[in-house]
Each structure stands twice: as structure tokens, then as C-alpha cells.
Write a protein that binds this ligand. Structure first.
Ligand code: AMP
Ligand code: ZN
Length: 114
């Protein structure tokens, strides 16, 4: 998508601090971190939200989750714990409409979420 900010990051049209990349997904540091570790993981194909993800692309979600776990391990927070968040549409607070998973860690998290 030409106007999507995350597609522009994928296409290297705007900079990001990339943590991991392969053929299917990209992980990069959030520009406005809400925790000492705050990384976004996205599929390279554009889907506006979980609601737009077709059944035949569901493997991407598993790939992103296992890679988020691996990144948590590399960052040294796997055992103390971390949180993965997927905001979907308006009530969740989703602001960027290219599906993305937040990986948060490095501090205790509160519950319930706001
Ligand atoms: P959400 O509210 O779930 O849509 O989260 C969007 C996230 O994208 C926010 O945490 C933003 O700080 C982050 N974000 C927006 N623009 C950029 C960017 N250019 N590089 C990295 N993170 C970004
Ligand atoms: Zn996009």
C-alpha cells in the first residue's frame, strides 16, 4: 500500500531500527517505546488489521509469535516475561492500519490493560 507507513518501512522508504527480517516478516523498534523493550512485528504483506487477515495467511501469526519469543530470548527477557499485544480496530486503540504485534518487556506489566 503506497500510503501505509509500515509498508514504507518494509520498502526501506523510511528508516527504522530493524531487529529481524526474513522473506515474510519484519521486526523493528517502536518509535515511541512504552517499555524498555518495545518491538513491532509485522507481516510484509499488507493487511489492515486482524479482521482483514485471510485464513490462508494464518501461518504468519504463528511465525510472528515464535519469532517474538526468539527476540525476547535474544534481548534477555524470555524467562522474566514479556507481553505480546495485537490491537484490532477502533476500540482497541489501533492507530496504524497494517497489522502489527507489539512485543513489550523489561519491566513488570500491569493488568488489566487500560
Ligand atoms: P497501534 O496503536 O497498535 O496501532 O500502534 C502503532 C504503533 O506504531 C505505536 O506504538 C507507534 O509508536 C508506532 N509507530 C508509528 N510510526 C512508527 C514508525 N515510523 N516507526 C516505528 N514505530 C512507529
Ligand atoms: Zn502496509
Amino acid at each position: 500500500m503506497d500510503t501505509c507507513i509500515f509498508c514504507k518501512i518494509i520498502n526501506k522508504e523510511i528508516p527504522a531500527r530493524i531487529v529481524y527480517e526474513d522473506e515474510h516478516i519484519l521486526a523493528f523498534e517502536d518509535i515511541k517505546p512504552q517499555a524498555p523493550i518495545h518491538i513491532l512485528l509485522i507481516p510484509k504483506d499488507h493487511f489492515a488489521s486482524l479482521n482483514a487477515l485471510p485464513e490462508d495467511k494464518q501461518h504468519l501469526v504463528g511465525h510472528i509469535f515464535t519469532k517474538a519469543r526468539d527476540i525476547a530470548s535474544e534481548k534477555g527477557i524470555k524467562d522474566r516475561g514479556y507481553r505480546i499485544v495485537l490491537n484490532t480496530e477502533k476500540d482497541s486503540g489501533q492507530e496504524v492500519f497494517h497489522i502489527h504485534f507489539h512485543l513489550f518487556g523489561g519491566r513488570p506489566m500491569t493488568w488489566p490493560p487500560g
